[in-house]
Design a protein around this ligand. Structure first.
Ligand code: ATP
Ligand code: MG
Length: 556
């Protein structure tokens, strides 16, 4: 993890440095990453993971993984398992694995205590009336008619709520704070609601569930969290966080600190919206390589090192901002370039017959696996009379700035010979199906004529048939999250599948862990879901930035 140990400093680290200097929390640093298991983790979560685990690592502290599992209908074991796998894959290990549900009994006892302190009451208004009476930013709320129920009655009603004597929505437990507060979160927020749902862990033991704001601060305190790092939208919830802990005199009072959410252009980071894409089958599951999920990025071939480097590079600030996708892609390229073997793969093949090359002759050319790293060795590349080149690398009537192959033009085959196009063969529909060429036998291995156009190729006889999948942005607009109908912003060209790609035989040695560079095409890896029948390659990223112009991502 060398790249992220050099984490740049940020305002949170300054606060921690000061706390340590002042001997606060006995100099300890304890953080947590608290996902709700209602979906798969995405790139935004990666920022929070790198921050929380990174801080704990660098200050010799602890970081817990805590599932914030208080909404049983939306949560599942599948999500819990996926989240654990993703955190570990990113390179982090939690000190302790916790669940908010571990504290259900304790949270209940604390709620009873709040009632006894006359700081909470059972309210029998329905959800709609509670909402209406909450007031607005400019108008104070209205006190509930149940606000002054006596403590005995509240205790009994709350016990009966737990015992299952009421229907959903019949009662809630509310904090008694201030209906006139300028902060709406302090206008007698709901602490508990009745919900007859089976919980992935506690099953049917509970029919009342605590709300996030109440659960989170107490869970933090029970775990001895020192710095509770969360995103900016919780800033207005901090007074409630502090109120609960102050009233209950819990074991410790963690400090909540907010930082800016990560938003990346042309993508979304909301589990709810990502879930919609999955359930309506707009993508091939949570791990579709176009998804901004950790599992999607993993299947795409993006490395944990690149994601950690990206999180480090964008830094931690107090101001929300959109990050360009090219920032992530640059991190990926910088990570992959030094470690990826080079190969030649023709994605969209066009047959070329070299007429003056002997019919039965075969040759082997030797090429470096990496242009700058001799350690990565060499490989041999077979050559024969019939080869494939990329369709895009031929233009019948080439324009001035087209340096690749054209009728009557000469081009260099990378690692092999110079060839000149002598004829073009078309089918009945006028489509080009084959090129006839002549090679220069004296040009083996050397670009003596200094030809500008150098293209990749594969010997037809020796080629392996593979499938290549080229990905473009999943959304057409920079901020799809702001569009009401997210589906309308989907890019219907975000995936192109090439079932007839041809690759040199050396590809047989590629394993699932490998990342390779297909010369001129980008970085690729094997798709983890398709390995048996045919090799399927995912393009991880292009060789150069392709995000500047819409619709350019799949071009070279
Ligand atoms: P979602 O809307 O996707 O469900 P969330 O914030 O509700 O997001 P949680 O599972 O509650 O998701 O998040 C776990 C932690 O990750 C929280 O501390 C949250 O602040 C943080 N987090 C979530 N999204 C982002 C993001 N885009 N940038 C930074 N941190 C994030
Ligand atoms: Mg949440």
């Amino acid at each position: 993890m060398s790249n992220s140990s050099a984490q740049s400093s940020n305002f949170i680290r300054h606060i921690i440095d000061q706390d340590i200097a002042n001997g606060k929390n006995d100099g300890k640093v304890v953080t947590r990453f608290p996902p709700e298991p209602n979906g798969y983790l995405h790139i935004g979560h990666a920022k929070s993971i790198c921050l929380n685990f990174g801080v704990a690592r660098d200050y010799q502290g602890q970081c817990n993984l805590r599932f914030d599992d208080t909404n049983p209908e939306k949560e599942s074991q599948e999500y819990i398992d996926a989240i654990k796998k993703d955190v570990q894959w990113l390179g982090f290990n939690w000190s302790e694995l916790r669940h908010a549900s571990d504290y259900f009994e304790k949270l209940y006892e604390y709620a009873v205590e709040l009632i006894k302190l006359n700081k909470a009451y059972v309210c029998s208004l329905n959800a709609e009336d509670i909402r209406k009476q909450r007031g607005t930013l400019t108008e104070p709320g209205i006190e509930s008619p149940y606000r002054n129920r006596n403590i005995e009655e509240n205790l009994e009603l709350f016990a009966d709520m737990r015992a299952g004597k009421y229907k959903e929505g019949e009662h809630v437990l509310r904090a008694k704070i201030d209906m006139g507060s300028g902060n709406i979160n302090l206008r007698d927020p709901v602490l508990y609601r009745i919900k007859y749902a089976t919980h992935p862990r506690t099953q049917d033991k509970w029919c009342i569930y605590p709300m996030y704001d109440y659960t989170h601060c107490i869970s933090d305190s029970l775990e001895g969290i020192t710095h509770s790092l969360c995103t900016l939208e919780f800033e207005d919830h901090r007074p409630l966080y502090d109120w609960v802990l102050d009233e209950l005199k819990t074991p410790s009072h963690p400090q909540q600190i907010e930082f800016a959410r990560l938003s990346v252009e042309y993508t979304i980071s909301s589990k709810r919206k990502l879930n919609l894409l999955v359930s309506d089958k707009h993508v091939d599951g949570w791990d579709d390589p176009r998804m901004p999920t950790i599992s999607g990025m993993r299947r795409r071939g993006i490395t944990p090192e690149s994601i950690r480097e990206f999180c480090d590079r964008i830094g931690i600030t107090k101001k929300d901002a959109f990050i360009e996708m090219s920032v992530l892609e640059n991190c990926i390229r910088e990570d992959l370039d030094p470690r990826s073997n080079r190969l030649m793969c023709v994605i969209n093949p066009l047959k070329v017959v070299i007429e003056n090359y002997p019919d039965d002759k075969e040759e082997e050319f030797t090429a470096k696996n990496h242009p700058k790293d001799p350690e990565q060795g060499k490989r041999s590349i077979p050559f024969s009379k019939i080869i494939y080149i990329e369709r895009d690398d031929f233009m019948e009537e080439p324009t001035k700035d087209f340096f690749r192959l054209g009728s009557g033009k000469e081009v260099r085959l990378r690692n092999a010979y110079d060839i000149k196009c002598t004829d073009v063969i078309k089918n009945d529909m006028g489509e080009i199906v084959e090129l006839l060429c002549e090679y220069d036998p004296d040009s083996a291995g050397k670009n003596k004529k200094k030809l500008k156009g150098i293209i990749h190729w594969v010997s037809a006889k020796h080629a392996i048939n593979v499938e290549t999948r080229i990905y473009d942005r999943l959304f057409n607009t920079p901020n799809p999250g702001a569009v009401e109908d997210i589906i309308s912003t989907l890019n219907n060209k975000s995936l192109s599948i090439h079932k007839d790609s041809k690759i040199e035989p050396h590809a047989k040695t590629i394993t699932l862990e490998d990342r390779v560079q297909f010369e001129r095409q980008g970085f690729f890896c094997l798709d983890s879901k398709h390995t048996k029948e045919k090799l399927v390659f995912n393009r991880i990223v292009t060789l150069r930035d392709s995000w500047t112009k819409p619709g350019q991502a799949s071009k070279k």
